[in-house]
Design a protein around this ligand. Sequence first.
Ligand SMILES: NC(=O)c1ccc[n+]([C@@H]2O[C@H](COP(=O)([O-])OP(=O)(O)OC[C@H]3O[C@@H](n4cnc5c(N)ncnc54)[C@H](O)[C@@H]3O)[C@@H](O)[C@H]2O)c1
Ligand SMILES: [Zn+2]
Length: 282
Amino acid sequence: MLSKDQKIEIKEILSNASACIIYTGAGMGVDSGLSVFRGTEGLWEKYPEAGKIGLSFEKLANPNNYQKYPEVVIPFYLDRYKSYRNAEPHSGFYELLGYVSGLKNGYFCVTSNVDGLFQKSTFNKERVYEIHGAIDAWQCSNYNCAKKSGLEGLRYNIEDTYNINEIDDFRCEICGDHIRPNICMFYDFNWYSYKHDLQENKYNSFSNKLKERRKKVAIIEIGAGEAIRSIKTESELTAYDLNTKVIRINKYPVKSDLNDPDVITIEMSAAEGVAYIMSLIE
Ligand SMILES: NC(=O)c1ccc[n+]([C@@H]2O[C@H](COP(=O)([O-])OP(=O)(O)OC[C@H]3O[C@@H](n4cnc5c(N)ncnc54)[C@H](O)[C@@H]3O)[C@@H](O)[C@H]2O)c1
Ligand SMILES: [Zn+2]
């Protein structure tokens, strides 16, 4: 439960902001029917084949392991590709879009998710930074070939009706190597980071400008977890630099979320939490 002061604080942050940065993690996708993994343990429940050979989250989610453990890693990414492609953005995306579209100094979305839901809900794709890449872009698993062939046009073999067992069908037409999503989770030296780097530069220049010009910014963070703390750390540091608090929506907050004086935590699901904070400025 939020205190009266916290409600007033949220209202003030949102009404006085001239810009907004939205940070999201796996929990943002849940109201769109996508599951969170809950680290390695949760992952093994969902993908028991990975559990059988003891493949940690770090290894399974690393597309570079396509070559080493193709029979587990490829179905994992194909399964995600299919479910993310079919997912529909929930109401929270559209409510946030309505809010940020009215801000004089614009917005940016920063996400550890690879599902493309910001773009699908018509956020400006120039204002999205996908820190681990995205599943809609694929590359050859050979870096040198990927660099030449790029990202576009490598989706040709991936049909909606794919048979998950036909692993060998998913190959680069140029060199015959496996194709893989243009996602980087951990230590992935074959990742072709061109698209990510462009997004990152745009985000850095956007946030640096806000810092230099001392703009009032709303920092809204949704569904970001502890398994990989990159999103939480980034939102907290940015809020600190911009002299504001993080408005954090998380259905199952950890203790430190609730005790941190620089964070206002709303214990709700993504869609519910966004509707709630927006109701405070109506
Ligand atoms: N949709 C996607 O692209 C997707 C899905 C799963 C995981 N991932 C990525 O994999 C990595 C690890 O993910 P993970 O799942 O182990 O993280 P995690 O389990 O550490 O974090 C998930 C967070 O979501 C919160 N949450 C759960 N349900 C929610 C809801 N309905 N509304 C709001 N918050 C909710 C949880 O409390 C938790 O803090 C991350 O980088 C993540 O972005 C991406
Ligand atoms: Zn190739």
